[in-house]
Design a protein around this ligand. Structure first.
Ligand code: SME
Length: 301
């Protein structure tokens, strides 16, 4: 059995390419959803007066991927707080939304929207509505980024790498129960795919952070709560992105080669149990794309 769900994520070239990379997706068609005009052309929709949203019809095998998981991955590919603007594209046709053709999908989608709102601490502007209409786009818009490699894409290349990494990691970790084994495999896979300078875990043990599984040069053993980027992320229970380590008061330099850093807390039952720490030798290496995907990965480990 095949099911469908419709995603408006800004420019449909990038959103279609994104969903082609999701395991369990069996087909994608870019098009125009929930507007007032039948069979609109790209040019008509481009006037931004027809009410359509650039949307991708996603067909999927429900025994391999759920509407909830599709929504969760989709949320990592958009800015759910940005109204009528994604990347460089602006207009109501670039609004974000999930449109369903099966009302039975609504409860689990609503649950994902609530989880998103908790994570953001604000109400997403992304729509959740029944699909009223969908008109496939002109042939030239289909598989656009495959036909035009290197063509315009509002999504950063890194989002596609993280999508692959996230899904592979999920498969790899499976139901392995040992935490050290899971953290080791995760550090190795992130390092191998993303080529960061240092990737690893510090675990909360006896009131301080203790070095855990990692990939990269030797690092300091212990970090006190509230100290350095790691201790701050633990104390504040939030992801910290540091574009320039020299500008971060109290940064602990395990290596003089590190220029930028991101630290993501791992929370279990409401408490931080470890942090995922990643360093780069490039300044400003990390941004919101890294934060959102590494938080998804942290929730897997
Ligand atoms: N720079 C970190 C210390 C750990 S190393 O980066 C591996 C910090 O300031 O917490």
């Amino acid at each position: 059995m095949e099911k469908t769900l419709y995603f408006a994520g800004g420019c449909f070239w990038g959103t279609e390419h994104f969903f082609k990379g999701v395991d369990g997706v069996t087909g994608t068609v870019p098009g125009y959803a929930n507007g007032s005009l039948d069979k609109p052309s790209y040019e008509q929709v481009y006037t931004d007066t027809t009410g359509h949203a650039e949307t991708v019809r996603v067909s999927y095998n429900p025994s391999r991927v759920s509407p909830a998981k599709l929504a969760r991955l989709f949320f990592a590919s958009i800015d759910p707080l940005s109204l009528n603007r994604q990347g460089h594209d602006e207009g109501t046709r670039y609004r974000t939304g999930i449109y369903y053709d099966d009302p039975a999908d609504l409860p689990e989608l609503q649950e994902e929207f609530s989880a998103l709102e908790r994570r953001l601490g604000a109400k997403p502007v992304t729509e959740l509505l029944p699909l009223r209409s969908f008109w496939p786009a002109e042939e030239r818009h289909r598989d656009y980024l495959e036909k035009n490699p290197g063509g315009y894409c509002h999504l950063p290349l890194r989002a596609f790498k993280y999508l692959r990494l996230y899904q592979d990691l999920e498969l790899m970790l499976g139901d392995e129960p040992d935490t050290v084994a899971r953290q080791s495999q995760t550090a190795a896979m992130i390092a191998e795919r993303m080529k960061f300078f240092w990737t690893g875990f510090y675990r909360v043990i006896g009131g301080e952070l203790v070095l855990g599984p990692f990939q990269g040069p030797p690092a300091c053993f212990r970090i006190a709560r509230g100290r350095g980027v790691c201790g701050s992320a633990w104390e504040q229970e939030r992801t910290i992105v540091v574009p320039d380590v020299e500008q971060f008061p109290g940064h602990i330099a395990c290596s003089s080669e590190s220029r930028s850093e991101i630290v993501v807390p791992l929370v279990r039952n409401g408490a931080v149990v470890a942090v995922l720490d990643i360093d780069s030798t490039a300044p400003g290496c990390f941004d919101g794309t890294d934060a959102v995907w590494l938080e998804m990965i942290a929730a897997l480990v």
